[in-house]
Design a protein around this ligand. Structure first.
Ligand SMILES: Nc1ncnc2c1ncn2[C@@H]1O[C@H](COP(=O)(O)OP(=O)(O)O)[C@@H](O)[C@H]1O
Ligand SMILES: CC(=O)N[C@@H](CCC(=O)OP(=O)(O)O)C(=O)O
Length: 258
């Protein structure tokens, strides 16, 4: 079996030219097959603020009404996705940007929640992902770049947390590859004290995560990241790491274990 690296980059990376350029240089040097999944929450929030569109987040997910969805599609599937693809092309990396609607790659269902109406937010089941076309592209040395946008198959685009997409994609491809999932962001890993970058944890298991979540040490955007990371491990993804983007090529960062 071939080894497949799936790298998710967070909003603070996509929003910083310096960080993004460093990441893409390191990433372009990695062996294929490989996939990028990106968020862009910071840029979407900035644009919403400029346009006077209220920003509401609940447990790391954006409550997405129609104006917020329009911003999400423009920012994630448009500006950020095409910027990443162009930069990768300049590094001789044959990237292809694909929202979940393109080639029906990532069908999703509108998020159902007993108490919160998330609006146009999608949840993804790994079983629904169109692995056939992804594998065809990977076989041709193409590097797919997925933004945080999916669709419901009935013409509706949906805003989907990028950590969720990265995890579901990796789970879906684990039948065909040795899969390694890495979440890159601007912190050195999962922190015991969010104010102290030296407090990063080398390894975290589900029990420790639940404890830290109950204590409020892990909150907001880290919740979808860790929930989806543990789901990937449970579904037999070979390794999952959460690390600083500048440590992509070394072993510093938090390793998740079951
Ligand atoms: N225990 C923790 N360790 C690291 N970061 C944390 C922790 N708790 C909360 N955070 C916050 O979560 C943020 C990451 O979530 P988010 O902004 O959604 O990231 P991304 O865009 O990378 O998905 C960090 O920048 C940090 O401010
Ligand atoms: C539903 C939902 O929350 N979608 C996310 C998608 C972007 C994302 O995941 O970006 P980060 O990786 O920067 O957090 C949002 O709109 O913020």
């Amino acid at each position: 079996m071939q080894t497949l690296h799936i790298i998710k980059i967070g909003g603070s990376i996509a929003n910083s030219d310096r960080r993004l350029t460093t990441f893409l240089k390191n990433f372009s040097g990695m062996d294929t097959p490989k996939i990028v999944v990106h968020g862009g929450g910071t840029a979407a929030t900035d644009l919403c603020n400029k346009l006077g569109i209220p920003v509401r987040m609940k447990e790391g997910r954006r409550i997405t009404d129609k104006p917020a969805l329009d911003v999400a599609v423009m920012v994630y599937a448009g500006l950020i996705n095409k910027t990443i693809v162009a930069k990768l092309q300049s590094l001789s990396c044959n990237a292809l940007g694909l929202s979940g609607a393109d080639l029906n790659m990532i069908p999703a269902q509108k998020r159902q929640h007993p108490r919160v109406d998330y609006g146009f937010v999608g949840d993804v089941q790994p079983e629904d992902i169109n692995t056939y076309f992804i594998r065809r592209l990977l076989d041709e040395q193409v590097v797919p770049v997925f933004p945080a946008i999916t669709h419901d198959g009935k013409g509706q685009l949906l805003n989907t947390n990028a950590d969720t997409i990265a995890s579901a994609l990796t789970i879906a491809l684990t039948k065909y590859y040795h899969t390694h999932l890495t979440y890159c962001f601007e912190k050195p890993g999962v922190l015991l004290d969010v104010e102290d970058d030296d407090s990063w944890i080398r390894q975290i298991d589900r029990e420790k995560y639940d404890r830290l979540k109950d204590q409020g040490v892990i909150n907001e955007g880290m919740i979808p990241k860790l929930d989806t990371a543990f789901e990937a491990l449970r579904r037999e993804v070979n390794s999952v790491h959460i690390k600083h983007v500048d440590n992509l090529l070394n072993d510093k960062g938090t390793e998740l274990t079951l």
